[in-house]
Design a protein around this ligand. Structure first.
Ligand code: DGY
Length: 313
């Protein structure tokens, strides 16, 4: 029987599916599997079902040994996996696209509304007992209708976010290597998109090319009235430069779901009322997380059965 290491507990139905086909070892603690435990428990496994909190590199692959055939990530992003090192060892890498697209797009709109209408700030005031009552000019935000949404990276999630923009009366511009067939959306260079957008939403993968894509120079191209939204990956934004821009008023606000060194967050962001800080929740609905785990299980089981992976990277 094949042997699978699962690095975090998954929904019962998914674990049962895996158990029906293989011997499984599940790290069932609430926190991420410690590195040393991962290295020792991966030894001799045929499959590894892992999460974005696990760094899967040559050291892990060497510890697993030649039996390992598939690394099934329970996430669409796979920057935690050294894909080249897996390929060199003929280990298939899979991720979980599509099943989380809608949840992430809905969530992105939640962040856009929350930061432009100051919901985090308003809630803090109420809870602290500091609300003095209604006033015509109190805590004003920015209206979305008639404004431009700039999407950096028009992949699956970027497209789903763009499709919902008409509900809020926003124009859509996007940047990315290639123009995409999307009626009404304008393809701009990144610089032009940053200069002209009222809300910039990041949906690009985390790669060496996108590391600190939003650095001080690019943030300075944005309008002082504009907002930055990041649901992609933390390393895409230089958090220190962002904190500077928010503090000095060079940017109206930022809503972040992801951070460079999760769960650490740059301390300068904590004191800023115009920063909305959320703990990596974009795909966090019961339906979506179950579907992600189920797809990762299908990927692992397909490869173990000698079939092509459902969603290979
Ligand atoms: C992913 O799947 O990459 C998401 O970040 C998980 O929420």
């Amino acid at each position: 029987m094949a042997s699978i290491l699962v690095t975090r507990t998954l929904p019962d139905a998914v674990l049962s599916r895996l158990r029906g086909a293989a011997e499984i070892d599940v790290w069932a603690e609430p926190q991420a599997i410690p590195r040393e435990t991962l290295l020792s428990r991966v030894r001799g496994r045929d499959a590894l079902v892992c999460l974005l909190t696990d760094r899967i590199d040559s050291e892990v692959l060497d510890a697993a040994g030649p039996s390992l055939r598939v690394v099934a990530n329970v996430a669409v992003g796979y920057n935690n996996i050294d894909v080249a090192a897996c390929r060199a060892r003929h280990v298939t890498v899979t991720n979980t696209p599509d099943v989380l697209t809608n949840a992430c797009a809905d969530f992105t709109w939640g962040l856009i509304l929350a930061i432009t209408r100051r919901l985090g700030e308003g809630e803090r005031v109420v809870r602290a007992g500091r609300w003095g009552g209604w006033a015509l000019d109190y805590m004003l935000g920015m209206e979305l209708r008639g404004k431009q949404l700039g999407i950096v990276g028009l992949g699956r999630i970027g497209v789903a976010v763009a499709e919902k923009a008409s509900a809020f009366g926003m124009r859509v511009a996007y940047s990315g290597r290639r123009p995409v067939e999307m009626p009404g959306a304008v393809h701009l260079s990144l610089e032009e998109l940053l200069r002209t957008s009222d809300v910039v939403s990041l949906h690009c993968p985390s790669t060496p090319e996108t590391l600190h894509l939003m650095n001080a120079a690019r943030l300075s191209l944005m309008r002082p009235t504009a907002y930055l939204i990041n649901t992609s990956r933390g390393p895409v934004v230089d958090e220190a430069a962002l904190a500077d821009a928010l503090q000095s008023g060079r940017l109206a606000g930022a809503a972040l779901d992801v951070y460079e060194r999760e769960p650490e967050i740059h301390p300068a962001l904590f004191g800023l009322e115009n920063a909305l800080l959320i703990p990596h929740l974009a795909s966090a609905t019961t339906e979506t997380r179950t579907a992600m785990a189920d797809l990762a299980a299908s990927n692992a089981l397909a490869v173990l059965a000698g079939q092509p992976a459902v969603t290979p990277v």
